[in-house]
Ligand binder design. Structure first.
Ligand code: ADP
Length: 356
């Protein structure tokens, strides 16, 4: 009963927050300047005020400043722990039966993979989330029985590939989206690995990444041109009242958002960049339609939004990390990413306040 009380209290507080802020959050993350940028004399165009957790400034080439607001901003000094502390309440709500989507959006090289996957020394949101889900499951084990399943897939040129399947390069293994009997979007045949602990998950994620890079001459290049999706399915059973829940958490590392010069690119690269543009703008359209609560939500315009349809909208939770580079050299792309963020969230931006 203590759990049920806590649960209804959490739900009440959550609903209050939703009324105030809605179901969609946008976090900004700016990586540090790297050694090459410093060596080339690049400086930072991004300014953070440590007393303001939700705003930052961009310094334009004419030295004017423009203010941008988000639900939270993370600067170069912020750690993976800082990021996860703000992400945790959103991802762990999958255990309470909510469907959740987390996206990392931005130009290649701005830290999307660093935020989601991280490195062995500096693990990212994916691993930390699973660790936390296992921890809470154990904590609630007298009241709730949870089963966790992990799937990992890639969308490249609007084709879905199962990264946990062997021989997933075979065309026969191409997957399609279907509507299941319960009305949810499903991908029949997608492997769901039942997982019991973090080490098992880490091994699965590593093998998925290996499959992802097979067949490409340059792994980094290919991964920046495809979307990588990790799906965690939580099946819960309340041991007191027998109630069962099933929910999905999607952790998505999107393809690089940089514009590719139309003149230099042709053939395969041109096709790829058209698919990327189309799918990223379809995602922007869906999230902005959800945020502005307009009628029609155009889920069907891309594989990613179609597949995630049952986890976007309604009382599902969405969190978008907009990743940027601080460098003067990337100012153009940074402004494009900030525009995308404004579009999905209707974020206020304007000239910086005068300093006192
Ligand atoms: P993307 O996935 O957007 O292409 P990556 O995650 O591969 O970018 O990041 C590019 C490089 O910058 C990597 O070497 C990564 O470790 C580093 N990096 C990104 N974000 C940070 C950060 N916040 N702190 C330290 N290093 C970072």
């Amino acid at each position: 009963t203590k759990y049920l009380e806590e649960y209804s209290e959490r739900k009440r507080l959550y609903n209050e927050v939703i009324e105030l802020k809605g179901n969609i959050r946008v976090f900004l993350r700016c990586r540090p300047l790297n050694q090459v940028e410093v060596a080339n004399g690049c400086t930072s165009v991004v300014e953070f005020d440590s007393s303001q957790e939700n705003e930052m400034h961009i310094i334009s080439s004419d030295s004017s400043k423009k203010q941008f607001k988000f639900d939270h901003v993370f600067g170069p000094q912020n750690s993976q722990e800082d990021v996860f502390a703000q992400t945790k309440p959103v991802v762990t709500s999958v255990l309470d039966g909510y469907n959740v989507c987390i996206f990392a959006y931005g130009q290649t090289g701005t830290g999307k993979t660093f935020t989601m996957e991280g490195t062995p020394e500096n693990r990212g949101v994916n691993y930390r989330t699973l660790e936390e889900l296992f921890r809470i499951s154990r904590e609630r084990s007298k009241i709730m029985n949870y089963e966790l399943y992990v799937s990992m897939l890639e969308v490249y040129n609007e084709k879905i590939r199962d990264l946990l399947a062997e021989n997933s390069n075979q065309p026969s293994k191409r997957l399609e989206i279907k509507q299941a009997a319960d009305g949810m979007q499903e991908v029949p045949g997608l492997i769901e690995a039942h997982v019991h602990g973090t080490e098992e998950v880490w091994e699965l994620l590593k093998s998925g990444s290996r499959v992802r890079s097979v067949g490409s001459t340059n792994a980094n290049e290919l991964s920046s041109r495809s979307h990588c999706l990790l799906r965690v399915t939580v099946k819960g059973e309340n041991l007191i009242n027998g109630q069962k829940t099933k929910s999905h958490l999607w952790l998505v590392d999107l393809a690089g958002s940089e514009r590719v010069g139309k003149i230099e690119v042709e053939g395969e690269r041109l096709k790829e960049s058209q698919f990327i543009n189309k799918s990223l703008s379809a995602l922007g359209d869906v999230v902005s339609a959800l945020a502005s609560k307009t009628g029609h939500i155009p889920y069907r315009n891309s594989k990613v939004t179609h597949m995630l349809q049952s986890s976007l909208g309604g009382d599902c939770k969405t969190l978008m990390f907009v990743q940027i580079s601080p460098s003067t050299a990337d100012l153009g792309e940074t402004l494009c990413s900030l525009n995308f963020a404004s579009r999905v969230r209707g974020i206020e931006s304007g000239p910086a306040r005068k300093q006192a």
